[in-house]
Ligand binder design. Structure first.
Ligand code: PGA
Length: 260
């Protein structure tokens, strides 16, 4: 069984000082939880301090992005080696905000995924359709293309190291969550695609998270669905109370609701 994974994407929020106080709250809130993997992804500037503050805790650290090259003349960019050195285990790649505001293509994301795996970072690869694509009923096709291209040329072994996050763009930061049925429809479709391409063993190993307005009160219903293995949480990860509650609800529901 895939133990729930809850990742907090802090986006461009929190100075180092603010980050440290948030980490303290999260550590205290989740320290008894054993059946849930908890990851926090602060901005680059806070990674070092947060890594130190997480020493001895089970909370993992992730970055929100990275460049596909290990070094070079890429002003303003951060390499996989650099985030690894700071203690990151995860890295979010292909978030819709990166695709939309920074023009990231599936090809570029694919290069990042390959480098992340090479440096033993676990990529959390985001996919998801816009409202227009949902309304014109192209959403399955859009996500299939994102998956095919951003995960192109990976071996079965490498694919098994990837975490996927289905984040419908219309649900991000809008307070409009996908219903558990909508999330399950897409996520079971994604698992079917993985099954066809890489076989049942690999498909069953891959975590598929849901992201988009996840809150303490909708977590349980979402994670009760068989193909929702956790969440990528934006806004609600910026407060220790709400993030902790999401983790606790996911951990509890996965023991009760998913037992079958
Ligand atoms: P949200 O963001 O929870 O604020 O909707 C999710 C994300 O962008 O990963």
């Amino acid at each position: 069984m895939r133990k729930p994974l809850i990742a907090g994407n802090w986006k461009m929020f929190k100075t180092t000082e603010e980050a440290l106080s948030l980490v303290e709250g999260i550590r205290a809130g989740v320290h008894k939880v054993t059946n849930c993997t908890v990851v926090i992804c602060p901005p680059f500037t806070a990674l070092d301090a947060v890594a130190k503050a997480l020493k001895g805790s089970s909370v993992d650290l992730g970055a929100q992005n990275m460049h596909p090259q290990t070094e070079g003349a890429y002003t303003g960019e951060i390499s996989p080696v650099m985030i690894k050195e700071l203690g990151c285990r995860y890295v979010i790649l292909g978030h819709s905000e990166r695709r939309q505001y920074f023009g990231e293509s599936d090809l570029f994301i694919n290069q990042k995924v390959k480098t992340a795996i090479k440096y033993s970072l676990i990529p959390i690869v985001c996919v998801g359709e816009t409202l227009e694509q949902r309304e014109s009923k192209q959403f399955l096709e859009v996500v299939k293309k994102q998956i095919d291209c951003s995960l192109a040329d990976l071996t079965k072994e490498d694919i098994a190291k990837v975490v996927l996050a289905y984040e419908p763009v219309w649900a991000i930061g809008t307070g409009r969550t996908a219903s558990p049925e909508q999330a399950e429809q897409m996520q079971s479709y994604i698992r079917r695609l993985l099954n066809e391409k890489y076989g049942q063993d690999v498909a069953q190993k891959i975590w598929i998270l849901y992201g988009g307005s996840v809150k303490p009160d909708n977590m349980a219903a979402l994670i009760a669905k068989p193909n929702v293995d956790g969440a990528l949480v934006g806004g609600a990860s910026l407060k220790a109370e709400s993030f902790t509650e999401i983790v606790l609800n996911a951990a509890k529901e996965s023991l009760v609701g998913k037992a079958s």
